[in-house]
Design a protein around this ligand. Structure first.
Ligand SMILES: [Zn+2]
Length: 410
């Protein structure tokens, strides 16, 4: 029993689990994909609720989802970090040592972060030598950056929803497995509250609801990751065209897989669910606010004390943005952005305002006309009006797969 192999080895008994673990958990994470079309089904669990008014039993469908209130921040060296808010989380280790005491050091620092914002804002207003519209635009943009750069921010709420992602072939049709059912993977999709709201609206517009919905997500062929999501379209599939309707056995298979699903392990895909101990979180915040804390202490004994942190960092960070965040009173101004003698700087580098060119509508594939087409949902972002292009048939993926629509029971 003393061999290292015996002590350290872990047997593999399940290949899928093995692959999921070695993928760093990313196997379970749903990711949007440039220029791609995804066919997504929203699985559900059935419950029976009692109608309080009538006392009658009512069957309800529930999505399988978690809600997460997330603090997001960027480390000094530019790494994106996130953790679930620790407020009211009480947790002990196996020896009874308290790991989380219900406090949230991130929440506790939010007001300090706003104080820093106000400090930087005032300094920028004092030092900015621009006038008129240039000044207005510069300050607005700079203040937005300061808001983004806050060291601790209020939580953002996300929904993590279990979805079924069907495998599609290159023509966009479902890949059929050896059991004659469409192949799929379970994924966890992370959606901001505003995206959930839009999704809900789009589905409601077609008279459906989120549980048991089948949706086509189409992503534009652009490089900017934010645009991939914001300009994507979501089209609910017409009820009779859903794969779970066309393949009655598919629903059973999905239900069985969903019943086996556990949230354990999603922390590998979504770092915020790794959590932090209270001490770890406090240390993280104290380190980030070290210079601010020093400044506040100094200020008590020296009213002219200055908070220097961003003045040291900024010059190398944003040399091309026309003097953002520099030049607080009494601080030497960085040479390449200097406003000589207090005159307006003649050649402020102009930040490009032209939006990246985006193909508004994905090139339509030649598709047979399907009998019924669910309403096309408009892209969420404003896009230039493209020359009239035939609408892509959202149900094209079903072409040639028959249209049997037997009733199913769950
Ligand atoms: Zn918090």
């Amino acid at each position: 029993m003393s061999s290292f192999l015996k002590s350290a080895s872990k047997q593999v008994t399940d290949v899928r689990n093995f692959l999921r673990e070695t993928a760093g958990g990313n196997g379970i994470k749903y990711v949007s994909e440039k220029g791609a079309k995804h066919l997504i089904y929203i699985p559900y669990t059935s419950n029976v609720a009692v109608d309080e008014a009538t006392g009658a039993q009512v069957a309800t469908k529930s999505i399988i989802a978690l809600k997460g209130d997330v603090h997001e921040w960027t480390t000094q060296d530019g790494k994106f970090k996130a953790t679930i808010c620790l407020k009211d989380v009480v947790r002990k280790d196996d020896n009874g040592v308290i790991l989380n005491d219900g406090t949230c050091p991130f929440c506790d620092r939010i007001s300090d972060a706003w104080d820093i914002y106000n400090y930087r804002k005032e300094a920028e207003e004092l030092s900015c030598k621009l006038t008129g519209d240039q000044r207005k635009q510069h300050l607005e943009k700079t203040f937005r950056t300061f808001v983004d750069e806050r060291k601790s921010k209020e939580v953002r709420t996300y929904m993590y929803i279990l979805v079924v992602k069907f495998r599609l072939n290159e023509a966009g049709a479902p890949v059929i497995g050896s059991d004659n059912l469409p192949e799929y993977e379970l994924k966890v999709m992370k959606l901001s509250a505003s995206r959930v709201e839009k999704l809900q609206q789009q589905i409601a517009n077609t008279g459906s609801e989120l549980p048991d919905a089948e949706l086509i997500f189409e992503y534009p062929n652009v490089e900017d990751k934010r645009l991939i999501v914001s300009q994507s379209t979501t089209t609910p599939v017409f009820p009779n065209n859903k794969l779970v309707v066309k393949y009655p056995e598919l629903q059973n298979k999905i239900n069985q897989d969903v019943a086996k699903f556990e949230w354990d392990g999603i922390e590998k895909a979504f770092q915020e669910w790794q959590g932090m101990s209270s001490i770890e979180a406090k240390t993280t915040m104290d380190n980030m606010f070290e210079k601010w804390d020093e400044y506040k202490k100094q200020k008590l004994v020296n009213p002219t004390a200055k908070y220097m942190e961003y003045l040291v960092e900024t010059p190398s960070a944003v040399p091309s943005l026309g003097g953002e965040g520099i030049g607080a009173q009494g601080i030497p101004v960085v040479p390449q952005m200097s406003a000589v003698g207090g005159a307006p700087v003649p050649n402020i580098p102009v930040i490009p305002t032209v939006a990246p060119q985006v193909d508004a509508v994905a090139a339509p594939q030649a598709v047979p006309v399907a009998p019924q087409v669910a309403p096309q949902v408009a892209p969420q972002a404003t896009v230039p009006v493209a020359p009239q292009v035939p609408t892509v048939d959202p149900n094209a993926v079903f072409a040639g797969t028959g249209s049997a629509a037997p009733t199913i029971t769950v």
